[in-house]
Design a binder for this molecule. Sequence first.
Ligand code: SF4
Length: 167
Amino acid sequence: MSAASSETVEAWFAAGARPEVATAIESVHLEIAEAIREVGPLCLASGNCCRFEAHGHRLYASGLEVARCVKICEAEGRGITVADVASSLERGNCPWQDGRLCTARSGRPSGCRVYFCDPRANDVVPMLAERAHERIRAIHDEHDVPYVYGEWRMMLQEVLSGRVDAG
Ligand code: SF4
């Protein structure tokens, strides 16, 4: 993935602050939650899904989703820095993982919301992930937001290092 320009990163933050974009993303999250409820996979809070290298799981997100998560977590007092992301890369997990728990529940991207390690979800996870990805891509297009999609921590580094306004 090439480095996103500061203009692109700022466009992600600005788009995330627009009510119609926020509503569109929330509707994708609601659809995911409803679909997951129908399947009913168990989450035993093992935290494995956030230990990417050890669990063989790769999380991807779009620039808009990453900026949204960063902003929401900052508003909730759980902001992170580029150094935090570098440390998480060394550990092989997510910078918002605390023990076995996620501390970015409100901001987490669709990729986190569709993934369950319960074997009962094996068939539905790829389908839901594909559908959510298409919806997020469409939100970028419909609202004229530059589209970049990449590995979670690489995207976090892009967003955190590319922003002009640290607030
Ligand atoms: S945002 Fe939360 S659920 Fe997603 S990888 Fe990070 S800790 Fe796990």
